[in-house]
Design a binder for this molecule. Structure first.
Ligand SMILES: N[C@@H](CCC(=O)N[C@@H](CS)C(=O)NCC(=O)O)C(=O)O
Length: 207
């Protein structure tokens, strides 16, 4: 399987973590979104990352790809079998990709991406708004949702992958969860990002 997309992308990281958890082999092509690479463009209809090409089977979107990987490599399961647990895991996947992603990525875009890769100045006011206004209600929600080692049930799942992935970029931007205000969330993020699969995926960020 070829995985397209730079390891800096939280969405690409979801795929690299899932493949590492399952011990599946893959080839990583760390391109940027909208890269003028015909093979990548054929795999990604909207030019977004990630996309995969598995011996001619092409698919885009991190969640769609996670479901494909789950069926192809069922063990260890990343989708809970129990109906309620699966529903919650899919909810957290969507929450991580949408509501959480938008404010969580602001510090990374402003402090890392813009000055280092786009030649643009940082907008610290935008960072302050994300940290002080937009993220606290979402962190409050997560603080209340964390009851054990994992977000859903007693096993690592897509819920943990999708919620934790953006915190790596958050940390790269010198931002962190205030452990005094959100102790469960701060410990949870450190625990999940410390898993070998995340460490492997984060090592791929340079691409
Ligand atoms: N829903 C997509 C979102 C992917 C996405 O937005 N990736 C970003 C990079 S982190 C991208 O390709 N952005 C380019 C664009 O939106 O045109 C997924 O889960 O894969």
């Amino acid at each position: 399987m070829i995985v397209y997309g730079t390891g800096y992308s939280p969405y690409v990281r979801k795929i690299l973590v899932a493949l590492a958890e399952k011990g599946a082999s893959y080839e990583h092509v760390p391109c940027m979104f909208h890269a003028p690479d015909a093979a990548f463009q054929a795999a990604s209809p909207l030019g977004k990352i990630p996309a995969i090409d598995d011996e001619g089977f092409k698919l885009a979107d991190s969640s769609a790809i996670l479901w494909y990987i789950e069926r192809k490599h069922p063990a260890p399961a990343l989708m809970p079998a129990d109906a309620k647990a699966l529903g919650r895991a899919v909810w957290f996947d969507k929450f991580g990709d949408t509501e959480l992603f938008k404010p969580l990525v602001v510090a990374f875009v402003e402090r890392v991406l813009k000055p280092n890769m786009m030649g643009k100045p940082t907008d610290e006011a935008a960072v302050a708004k994300s940290l002080d206004t937009d993220l606290p209600p979402l962190f409050d929600y997560l603080e209340g949702a964390i009851a054990g080692e994992f977000l859903v049930g007693d096993a690592f799942s897509i819920a943990d992958i999708a919620v934790a992935t953006g915190f790596y970029n958050f940390h790269l931007a010198e931002a962190k969860v205030d452990a005094a205000r959100w102790p469960k969330l701060a410990a949870y993020v450190d625990r999940i990002l410390g898993r070998p699969s995340f460490v492997t995926a984060m090592a791929a960020r340079k691409g």
